[in-house]
Every structure is written in structure tokens, then in C-alpha cells.
Ligand binder design. Sequence first.
Ligand SMILES: Cc1cc2nc3c(=O)[nH]c(=O)nc-3n(C[C@H](O)[C@H](O)[C@H](O)COP(=O)(O)OP(=O)(O)OC[C@H]3O[C@@H](n4cnc5c(N)ncnc54)[C@H](O)[C@@H]3O)c2cc1C
Length: 309
Amino acid sequence: MEILVYIEVKEGELVQGSLEALAAAKELGNATALVAGDADAAAKAAVYGAPVVCAKVDAANPDAILGAVEAVCKAKNADAVFFAGTQWGKDLAPRLASRAKTGCITDVTGMEKDGDAILYTRPAFGGTVIEKMKNHGALQVCTIRSGSYSKPEAGAPASIEECDPGEADIRVKVLEAAKEITEAVNLEGADIIVSGGRGMGSKEDFQLVVELAKVLGATVGASRPAIEDGWISRAHQVGQSGKIVAPKLYIACGISGAMQHISGAIGSKYIVAINKDPDASIFSVADLGLVGDAKQIIPLLIEEIKKRK
Ligand SMILES: Cc1cc2nc3c(=O)[nH]c(=O)nc-3n(C[C@H](O)[C@H](O)[C@H](O)COP(=O)(O)OP(=O)(O)OC[C@H]3O[C@@H](n4cnc5c(N)ncnc54)[C@H](O)[C@@H]3O)c2cc1C
């Protein structure tokens, strides 16, 4: 199976989700990475064990990128095209599928070969149902949920081929790109996340979550009520309408474990929950549960971690 993976580049850096998509492709078949317009980024992509095609196109124009994807698909006789489940990937993938008159499967968390086809696994209805799907179209197009695969190990650089896809069917003209000025919070790439919820009680006590994160070198996450109450900015929200995270350690403080929150954190390798209600649903997904008042437990944890350091 020939699989093309579109490698997204943001401010000169390869987007983690694209590398995870490359890992998925390498597990299933022969992967080729496609980088639009940026030779430096193509060189960075080449160390992840798949040949790279660097297309001479305007990387800010979705139609130019799709023109390149279509040209490389044709040249490589590709069976599938994978995108990261980012905003950009979720924009490009369905457009490609529509042009190729095939289906597009989004938010994929796992894939396996089923004869010549791919059997996709994805969460549905806010993560309450896990469904298996197949795309019966000729070209397989999907977006992969971040955190579902580990990025490939870096090694000796693979080949880089330049490609000029020529005149593309440009329907979109990018007139101006406005950069939203928000707090940069890299929850998706964090190894440790300490998250606080409504159970922290107040903006002042939410600072305990921030302090615990600081001593652990962790990133601060939050449930939606903590954001709605103005304890921390929206950039920290974990969950269905926030960010999908997959750290090595996720510490949930005063969070009940509602599906809309947990669906964003279920990919974490190890979950610790602090909650005063022994019946809180967070304990059904936690690897370690501490039943008690987070406002008493967190200061003890901070003290102990500081001592051990
Ligand atoms: C369409 C939709 C999208 C949504 N998207 C998201 C999303 O992206 N992210 C998200 O988080 N939510 C989301 N929600 C909201 C979600 O349904 C829950 O309401 C929310 O996650 C609950 O947050 P919480 O656990 O902080 O609060 P609560 O459910 O109120 O739970 C607070 C918990 O704190 C515990 N507690 C109280 N005091 C203490 C204490 N002193 N010490 C320890 N524990 C204590 C309580 O026992 C309780 O379990 C969404 C909802 C909808 C409808």
C-alpha cells in the first residue's frame, strides 16, 4: 500500500501530528512524506525514515497544496493520503476527498489492514462510542487524531525529491493571513499535564494547580468550568471542545471525569485523579486515585516533590 502523508509546517517546524501520521503510514505500508514549499522543512522531515517529496507550491494556499498532493498521488500511484488532525489537516482532507470523489474519515485513532482495505477506528458521539469504519472509495483519505501514534524515531536522512506540480486549479486566493494573538500553550506536546476543574473552588485555589505544574515542569490544563469561571485562559482547555492531549502523566485535580473532558485526555499514558467524591467517574479511567480534598492534597504533593528534588 502506497501512502502519502502531508507534512504540515508551522513557523519552520514540523507539526507533531504530521509526524504521528507518518508513523501510522509506516506501520501500514510504504510511506512518502510531502512537504509544501519549504526545503529546510523537507530536510527536517527526511530524518523520519520515509522519502520526502518537496513540492514547489505556495504553502499558504490550500488549493496549491491540494494540486501538489494530487500530482504526487498520481506519480506514486498512492492508495491513501493521511493528514494530521489539525485545523489545517481538517480543512485539506475533505477538500481532497471531494475532488477525488471518495470519503474522508476524520479523527482516526487506530488503523489496521483488512485485506486491501484499511479498517479505521475512531471515537464518535464525544468519545462515548468507538466505531470501526471503512472507506469504499478508491483513494483512502483520513485525518489522524493527535496523540494516537508516537512520532517515528529520527535516523539517517532519506531521499528528498523536488516536484513542480505545475498549474493548479486555484479556487482560493489568500489575501491576508491574520495571526491570532493568544497565549501559546503546547498542551498537545506536553509530557506532563496538571489539570484543574471546578472542584478547585476559586481562582485563588486554582493557583495550587499552577504551582504543582511548576514544580513538576508540567503544562497546566483545565476543564471547561474552570475556564468559564475565568480561572485560566481558554488555551488551557482539555476535552471535546478543547485540546486532545496524550501526555505521559495527566493529573486531574477536582475534575469529575465527564465524557466531554475525558475524551480529550484518555490518550494519556498514566492518569492520576484527586477528587473528594469516591464515586467520581474520573476514578474509572484513573491509574491512581486519591480520594480527598485537592486543596489539602496538592500542597502536600508540592512539599514532597520539592523535598525530593
Ligand atoms: C458540547 C459540550 C462540549 C464540552 N466540552 C468540554 C471540554 O472540552 N472540556 C471540558 O472539560 N468540559 C467540556 N464540557 C463540559 C462537561 O460536560 C463537564 O460539565 C465538565 O467537564 C465538568 O467539569 P469539572 O469536572 O471541572 O466540574 P464538575 O463536573 O462540577 O466536577 C467537579 C468535581 O470536583 C470534585 N470536587 C469538588 N470539590 C473538591 C475538592 N475540594 N477536592 C477534590 N475534588 C473536589 C467533585 O467531587 C466533582 O467530581 C462540554 C460540554 C458540552 C455539552
